[in-house]
Design a protein around this ligand. Structure first.
Ligand code: CU
Length: 520
């Protein structure tokens, strides 16, 4: 019933718009086509071994869905997995019941089931979709979603979309088991202290702002490597390792837009464009004032649109994505005709150990189109707690599942104060809204508009949004294992429909894993 209502609204709105443009009645578009998206198993080869993972694709094999903004979003999702799933359309401002979060905005989609998603699109640019069910995101139940407009198509001469992910031969169930093994209390606080005190100093690569050239670049420091949750076997770019990368054909002097999506489960990235100078033109799909450099930060679930210009002399240009706290790297190549592949091939591990992401880049990002001025009418705390040893990750002192919520009223200007008391960075994602970053560690900024903000260890970051999309919305850390261990809460509008919100049922998701075999 609800779908029909929404569909009618969309149709009426479309006719009204065309009417205003003065088109005659026979130019009114027929109903936009519904695209079938299949969630299914697919084999890939990683480091010489065939592994079954998952994909979200159309019947012609196209991964994901890239609608024209003016057509709206019309998908019939078909679950071809042997277990339930639920797909979230990451970053979109959409009706609450279209958001795809199991036991919050809908029931999970059973094996063989299908579900229709119809709504009008308010945004354009680089987005993505992923499973919000159990640990499926680690098994690549994700795909790109580029929302097209004529302006988006004119940003560069050529464009390429690259999904970055992290890969382990160990199943996500076993990864989660070993992360949470200490929760039984086998290791106490004293062990943890001993461990952090004895942590050796490493030579690390981090980002820095070069105030002379006004660019984001890399620099080497000495310090302890940042904590990471999972030691992965490889990082992938469009499901390929760097020793066998995507090679994108470009032409000398062309402008090229790189739409980078951090679809990783637990890995934050540095992006190294090497000899190519790049300009950030959008973050999380939202335009920002141009910011130049050759070394960027991209946290889990975020997107970065980078514009590069291929030199007139042509050549081969590797674009690397380097894993935080690791030597693992992935990436792809931009190549003009007649250039040779690098020999030897680039390795899946680099020489450099990466340090931690921080606020160097975020503090310099500025929204192209900031929120209209309006005083904050409600400020809500988002205290991020927990540690690696207990692996109990909390928001405002509580682990999910619970029925706690951040409560707002429609029409309010709301501020969320993210205070990270932990030793790890948390990429915090708000569903159904776009927020603006307004303050970082006491420094007021007119920052980027985003849907996911990385809150580094011990940092406090304020974000502000307009409460204009009623419902019950997920607000959570996007590190999959922190989310599974409880770092999740709900933004609840006064009077919102809560019929699908059944927190206690979320535990069933972990008891319903997707077994995907590895053949040796
Ligand atoms: Cu986290």
């Amino acid at each position: 019933m609800k779908f029909k209502l929404i569909w009618k609204v969309v149709t009426v709105a479309a006719i009204a718009t065309i009417g205003l443009l003065g088109a005659s009645a026979n130019e009114i578009k027929s109903e936009p086509k519904t695209v079938k998206l299949f969630v299914r198993e697919v084999p890939i080869t990683v480091l010489g071994r065939t592994v079954k993972v998952t994909t979200i694709d159309q019947s012609e094999g196209v991964q994901g869905y890239s609608p024209e903004k003016s057509d709206g979003f019309h998908v019939e999702l078909v679950n071809q997995l042997p277990v339930p799933t639920s797909i979230h359309w990451h970053g979109l401002i959409l009706p609450n019941l279209m958001d795809g979060v199991p036991y919050l905005t809908q029931e999970p989609l059973p094996p063989g089931g299908s579900y229709k998603y119809d709504f009008s699109l308010k945004q354009s640019g680089t987005y993505w979709m992923h499973s919000h069910y159990g640990l499926q995101e680690q098994q690549f139940t994700s795909a790109p979603m580029i929302i097209r407009t004529p302006a988006q198509s004119k940003l560069a001469d050529a464009e390429f979309t690259v999904m970055l992910s992290d890969f382990s031969f160990i199943s996500p169930q076993d990864i989660f088991k070993s992360l949470t093994a200490n929760m039984s209390g086998m290791h106490g606080e004293s062990d943890q202290k001993a461990k952090s005190m004895s942590k050796p100093e490493d030579s690390l690569i981090v980002q820095q702002w070069d105030s002379t050239s006004k660019r984001l670049v890399s620099r080497q420091i000495k310090g302890p490597a940042p904590d990471i949750d999972v030691k992965y076997d490889a990082l992938l770019a469009n499901r390929r390792t760097l020793d066998d990368p995507d090679v994108f054909a470009v032409k000398p002097a062309q402008t090229v837009l790189l739409r980078l999506i951090a679809a990783s489960a637990a890995t934050n990235f540095f992006i190294d464009t090497g000899n190519l100078d790049a300009t950030i033109i959008a973050a999380d799909g939202e335009s920002v004032k141009p910011l130049k450099g050759n070394f960027f930060q991209l946290a889990v679930a975020q997107r970065l649109d980078l514009l590069v210009t291929i030199p007139a002399t042509g050549g081969m240009f590797p674009i690397l994505a380097l894993g935080e706290g690791s030597t693992l790297q992935t990436g792809f190549l931009l190549a003009t005709p007649g250039t040779e592949m690098p020999k030897p091939a680039l390795g899946i591990r680099g020489q450099r150990m990466m340090g931690g992401l921080d606020n160097t880049q975020e503090v310099r990002l500025e929204a192209e189109d900031p929120l209209p001025d309006k005083p904050v009418q409600r400020s809500l705390p988002s205290l991020l707690g927990g540690n690696m040893m207990s692996y109990a990750w909390t928001i405002n002192g509580a682990r999910y599942p619970n029925r706690n919520s951040l409560n707002v009223k429609e029409g309010e200007r709301v501020e969320l104060v993210n205070r990270n008391e932990t030793g790890m960075a948390h990429p915090m994602h708000l569903h159904g809204h776009v927020f603006e970053v307004t303050e970082i560690d006491g420094q007021k900024i007119s920052g980027a508009k985003r849907d996911t903000i990385l809150v580094p260890p011990k940092s406090t970051i304020k974000i502000v949004f307009e409460a204009d999309n009623p419902g019950v919305w997920a607000y959570h850390c996007h590190i999959l294992y922190h989310l599974a261990a409880g770092m999740f809460t709900v933004l609840k509008y006064d009077g919102a429909d809560q019929e699908f919100w059944q927190p206690d049922k979320t535990k069933a998701e972990l008891g319903n894993p997707l077994e995907l075999g590895i053949s040796h």
